[in-house]
Ligand binder design. Structure first.
Ligand code: FAD
Ligand code: NAP
Length: 338
């Protein structure tokens, strides 16, 4: 199958609102079109990149390789029992709409991941997580088209090598596959996770003593709307850096000098809050030219409207250097730099 080469502005297709252009933009409307279009494209050895909702990419320049954009969004029930359901969701389905749909159907497990931007296809890539839940807890398998073998492959949860904001798709398979569908295993028995203090406070404020999964979803939506900049109003890609997970002795050394630093057990390691570290370096609410650091959450870098990807990148570099100099910790960027 051939496709027409289209030049496409990506300004409305990335949440930073960077006004870059893709010279060879290819929307993929069906799963069947994936192999039909990608096989000849990859045989001619052209580089291919995949765009989802554009909420975890910083574009620093125009895109010259082929940019494919999965837009297929079917939902299929694979098995259904009294206690659980297994559902395949195609890559182009909007993540938050899928979470709301699952709760409406009485399928539970994803409530804490409400209002995360982006599409289903990208969710396994950084094992999206929020408020004590990671998507890996609900994934049975992931199907992808492999750019090397030019064939489809389905791998189970354990082969995805999920970790904290990490997976095989972010490591050895990075930019070498296109995820077509994710199979979720969800519970029909309501069980909520309210371990994060912000959720508890929100539920208490609404006098909800025994929350349903829908109550937890609503609480998460309210907290996020009050704290995070809406990309429709101010360009951003959520947390720009990952929280550092340190060996216990390194963390203890830092906590000795900074006893107020928020810290959380992470297996036999300790997780520190990157936002707090950045704030201590004086960055919260700062503006540098057209870009800056959000005034309510220092982990979020923002485009004030006319910023460029390079400006955001330069700001992130300055932040990295000041955190390294003050705390001896090298932060890792969570956002994909293109
Ligand atoms: P994109 O940004 O389009 O792509 C991200 C990467 O995945 C790119 O490398 C791209 O090539 C690749 N990719 C995308 N789709 C596919 C596919 N089908 N197959 C193969 N590769 C693909 N993240 C969290 O984990 N937790 C949060 O709470 C959270 N909150 C956020 C809040 C805001 C306001 C914003 C803007 C972002 C937030 N994020 C959060 C980050 C982001 O929403 C997630 O990482 C999301 O999963 C990215 O999805 P996307 O479809 O936009 O991916
Ligand atoms: P927050 O509640 O102010 O907490 C700050 C940090 O402390 C978070 O990053 C969180 O780690 C950690 N934390 C807080 N309570 C914890 C607990 N009980 N157990 C373990 N760790 C705890 O954070 P926030 O910025 O408002 O974000 C709220 C949630 O949404 C977080 O889970 C965050 O990851 C998620 N979020 C993610 C993005 C993104 O782009 N990745 C953007 C916005 C929000 P964790 O991050 O590991 O949870």
């Amino acid at each position: 199958m051939s496709h027409t080469t289209t030049t496409q502005s990506l300004k409305s297709l990335n949440t930073f609102g960077m006004p870059v252009v893709a010279g060879n933009y290819i929307p993929l409307t069906t799963v069947d079109s994936v192999a039909q279009i990608l096989t000849p494209l990859l045989r001619s050895e052209k580089e291919v990149r995949v765009l989802g909702g554009g909420s975890n990419i910083l574009f620093t320049r125009d895109v010259h390789c082929a940019l494919v954009h999965p837009q297929f969004k079917e939902v299929r029930i694979i098995s259904d029992t009294n206690t659980s359901v297994s559902v395949a969701v195609e890559a182009g389905f909007n993540w938050h709409q899928w979470v709301l749909h699952s709760i409406d159907q009485g399928w539970y497990g994803l409530e804490n991941l409400s209002l995360i931007p982006g599409n289903v296809g990208a969710a396994p890539i950084q094992n999206i997580g929020a408020y004590g839940v990671e998507v890996k807890d609900c994934i049975a398998s992931v199907t992808y088209y492999d750019f090397d073998t030019l064939s489809f492959k389905t791998i189970t949860n354990s082969a995805c090598e999920f970790g904290y904001r990490n997976s095989v798709f972010k490591q050895s398979l990075k930019n070498k596959i296109l995820i077509t569908e994710v199979v979720f295993e969800l519970s029909k028995i309501p069980k909520v996770n309210t371990q994060y203090g912000a959720i508890q406070s929100q539920l208490e404020a609404n006098a909800i003593a025994t929350p349903s999964p829908k109550d937890v979803s609503n609480a998460v939506i309210s907290i996020r709307q009050s704290k995070l900049p809406n990309p429709a109003d101010i360009g951003n890609a959520g947390s720009f850096f990952k929280n550092p997970v340190l060996a216990k002795d390194q963390a203890q050394e830092i906590l000795k000098n900074h006893p107020n630093a928020p810290n959380y057990p992470a297996g036999d390691h300790v997780k520190l809050a990157a936002g707090w570290l950045i704030e201590q370096c004086g960055w919260k609410g700062k503006t540098l030219g057209n870009v800056g650091v959000h005034n309510k959450q220092a982990l979020v870098l923002v485009n004030h409207g006319k910023g460029s990807g390079q400006e955001i990148y330069n700001l992130s570099q300055q932040i990295l250097e000041s955190v390294a100099s003050k705390f001896g910790i090298t932060l890792e960027r969570e956002v994909n730099i293109w």
